[in-house]
Design a protein around this ligand. Structure first.
Ligand SMILES: [Fe+2]
Ligand SMILES: [Fe+2]
Length: 440
């Protein structure tokens, strides 16, 4: 079936209305949405009349339809073709700018991310007769990586030394200076006083964010080991040296939040009340699965998926947005100075972790091309939606959000982190270069 025809519009409508996922996820979207081909003037647009999880009408869009659309998603035929054949993730297409918005706000559309994804997937199913089905990301077997006994050559003792110009060594030198702060040295005495002055809702929101961090820091501490084993087995000594500081720092982050809960907020109650579905999906399923997989599969695709999940999504999108939230809540209100200091130190450590992740992903892409890149694109696209859903779940827990926080600000911030790093990875891929920026 040809895409963007009247017949296709009807098939898309039927797919949408048969889709349980869209019925639930699209519940909060009401209004017209048009999909348009940029390189086709007349027939290249369809209008979907969407009302709270249902598609009431779908037809080729005329001018009035485009005017009444709440959002118009546009893109060239090559992009629509990839998307409708399942070769390109719809969220990635939007976040990376391959599809753009002629009308409407990207943040507000991505706030409805699950609905948008379900809808575009329904459109893809309606097109499958023409475009075929989703392909899978190839998994490459890793080359021989184990040291065979008797053949091991020691890099430093053998005279080759360490390459101090490599990004991991430059991060290591930073980490030895900046990552050695002691969580036990942080003075929480004023935080203890401030805590009693906060309103119930303010305390609950700080507990909420801190509980997600506490679980998240523990998860990344537990889950990093398989990646360290991979770089050790591949003989990348400089990377292994850097990763020792990485793991040490995550362990200190766990300790920092423990001090907060033990000393500042001992009245915290059962913290598991904050673990909502999207957070659990990322921290109890996606992250451990992506890293555990490295124990059996050291292919470039598996390594890329691990670094995307760990460094780009968990650290790059969620942790960074979380620090921004602490900054807004604590610094603007001039409260909890111990936590303010701690969050500044954590954020600085995380910036090195993310820099390593970018380096690793650019190295995998430079060395293995599509074998790594397809996994990067697939992982970034698939995980953006649950990452934004974590933010959505936090805000959904409050009738009136304390400290005047607005969901759009944080969804926008998260999206900026995502897009900025994806763009850097794409540029590195085009030039075949490595990402070697050392953060402050
Ligand atoms: Fe951390
Ligand atoms: Fe980290």
């Amino acid at each position: 079936m040809r895409a963007f025809t009247a017949e296709w519009a009807t098939a898309v409508q039927q797919e949408i209305n048969a889709d349980e996922e869209y019925r639930a996820a699209g519940r909060r979207w009401t209004g017209g949405l048009s999909l348009r081909l940029t390189d086709s003037a007349e027939e290249g647009a369809v209008f979907l009349d969407l009302q709270a999880g249902e598609c009431r009408e779908a037809r080729p869009a005329d001018r009035a339809d485009l005017e009444r659309s709440r959002a118009i998603v546009v893109g060239p035929e090559t992009v629509w073709t990839r998307l409708l054949s399942g070769d390109l993730d719809p969220m990635l297409a939007l976040a990376s700018g391959r599809l753009s918005l002629e009308k409407g706000s990207l943040v507000s559309l991505l706030t409805h991310a699950r609905g948008a994804r379900a809808l575009l997937q329904a459109a893809a199913r309606a097109s499958s007769a023409r475009f075929g089905h989703r392909g899978s990301v190839e998994s490459h077997e890793a080359g021989p990586t184990k040291h065979r006994s008797g053949e091991r050559r020691y890099q430093t003792a053998g005279g080759r030394g360490l390459d101090h110009a490599l990004l991991p060594m430059r991060l290591w030198h930073k980490a030895k200076k900046l990552g050695v702060w002691d969580p036990q040295d942080i003075d929480f005495s004023r935080d203890v006083e401030d805590w009693t002055e906060l309103s119930r809702d303010e305390r609950e929101l700080i507990l909420h964010l801190s509980a997600l961090f506490q679980g998240g820091e523990e998860a990344v501490t537990i889950d990093l080991l398989p990646l360290i084993e991979v770089v050790a087995a591949e003989g990348r000594l400089e990377e292994e040296i850097y990763l020792t500081s990485f793991l040490f720092e995550e362990a200190k982050h766990v300790e920092t939040f423990q001090r907060f809960f033990g000393e500042v907020a001992p009245d915290h109650g059962d913290l598991s009340r904050f673990a909502t579905p999207a957070w659990l999906r990322i921290f109890s399923a996606e992250l451990p699965a992506a890293l555990d997989r490295l124990r059996e599969d050291r292919s470039p695709g598996a390594q890329a998926q691990a670094a995307v999940t760990y460094n780009m999504i968990v650290e790059g999108v969620l942790a960074e947005t979380g620090y921004h939230a602490y900054h807004v809540m604590l610094e603007r209100s001039r409260i909890l100075p111990g936590m303010q200091l701690a969050m500044g130190l954590l954020k600085r450590d995380e910036s090195r972790h993310i820099a390593y992740g970018l380096y690793l992903l650019s190295r995998l892409t430079a060395e293995h091309g599509d074998g790594a890149w397809k996994a990067i694109e697939a992982g970034m696209g698939r995980l953006l939606d649950p990452a934004l859903a974590v933010i959505e779940e936090i805000f959904a827990a409050y009738e009136e959000v304390p400290f005047g926080l607005r969901q759009e600000e944080f969804t926008g911030y998260a999206l900026d982190q995502f897009r900025h790093r994806l763009a850097r990875l794409e540029r590195a891929r085009e030039t075949g270069g490595l990402l070697t920026e050392v953060p402050e």
